[in-house]
Design a protein around this ligand. Structure first.
Ligand code: PAF
Length: 286
């Protein structure tokens, strides 16, 4: 199915056949960009769409809450799905096609293929969400093969995901450019995320401490203090600020995510921590 959503008048393709029919006239002569999302769009997503618009003639945004990247105990069921509002926002951004496949369109009856990755997919998020990058890699590979874009735009907020997608695209010769866009933030530093909607007012007050600690560690990383000590101090500060649990605070090499012994060139500090049932992630450049 494809057509104009009657409320928002944005072009929506719900099936692969509809998507292909929409893209066919542009394929030979125009650059097509894809922005993959799970919906519940905020200014961060719209920033990715604007970057895509800058770099391509046609912009496709996919909205698909991908069950394969959620473990059974995670928030798949409560993940926000405000589709009419998403379509309105995308219409205002002059998106050419919004692809909203069903689960069957992505994972047809009998689907068994998996992608198992090493390199940047190991450690950090994988230590706490072992299913996650397998789920991301398979859905992103499917979206790339279905849309066949010239480029795809991802946020640096999910920094490890960005590296995983880059690696996977290169390994599988998917022949597209992966563009990373710096994280969009609230005025108090909190990285924009669809999951911020889960925060209570009290948790929202505490949440910017995550970015503050990362900036603090980034400013002290070259001071000569041992890196594990800096990571441990930042984790302790997050707990004092009101976070209930810290999954990791980790200083890593920006391309490989390997653990440096000391900082001699560019580096990145990444963290994941819990406020109640909400897990926040963030990272900053050192
Ligand atoms: O970052 C996200 O929103 C998702 O992980 C993605 C890339 C759309 C894959 O489902």
């Amino acid at each position: 199915m494809r057509g104009w959503n009657s409320l928002t008048m944005v072009h929506v393709a719900e099936t692969l056949a509809g998507l292909r029919a929409s893209l066919a006239p542009w394929r030979a002569s125009q650059r097509i960009a894809l922005v993959p999302t799970m919906g519940a769009l905020h200014e961060g997503h719209l920033g990715l769409v604007r970057k895509a618009r800058e770099l391509a003639d046609r912009v496709v945004v996919s909205i698909f809450v991908n069950p394969a990247q959620f473990a059974p105990h995670e928030d798949l069921a409560r993940y926000p799905r405000p589709i009419e509002n998403d379509l309105k926002l995308l219409k205002a951004e002059r998106v050419d096609v919004v692809y909203t496949p069903s689960e069957r369109e992505i994972y047809p009856e009998g689907f068994t293929t998996q992608i198992s990755m090493g390199g940047p997919a190991l450690g950090l998020e994988s230590d706490f969400r072992p299913h996650f990058f397998g789920g991301v890699a398979i859905v992103v590979a499917k979206l790339f093969l279905q849309v066949r874009p010239d480029l795809a735009v991802f946020g640096e907020k999910d920094y490890q995901q960005l590296l995983v997608v880059r690696r996977m695209s290169k390994d599988l010769d998917l022949d597209l450019e992966i563009v990373g866009v710096p994280t969009f933030r609230e005025a108090d530093g909190l990285a924009l995320s669809s999951r911020n909607a889960y925060l209570t007012p009290e948790q929202r007050r505490i949440a910017p401490a995550l970015n503050k600690e990362l900036r603090d560690i980034a400013s002290r990383a070259r001071s000569g203090t041992a890196l594990p000590a800096l990571e441990a101090q930042a984790a302790a500060s997050l707990l004092s600020a009101g976070f209930e649990r810290v999954d990791y605070v980790a200083i890593r090499a920006p391309q490989t995510l390997e653990r440096p012994r000391e900082i001699t060139g560019p580096a990145r500090v990444l963290a994941a921590a819990w406020l109640g049932k909400t897990r926040l992630i963030d990272n900053v450049e050192i």
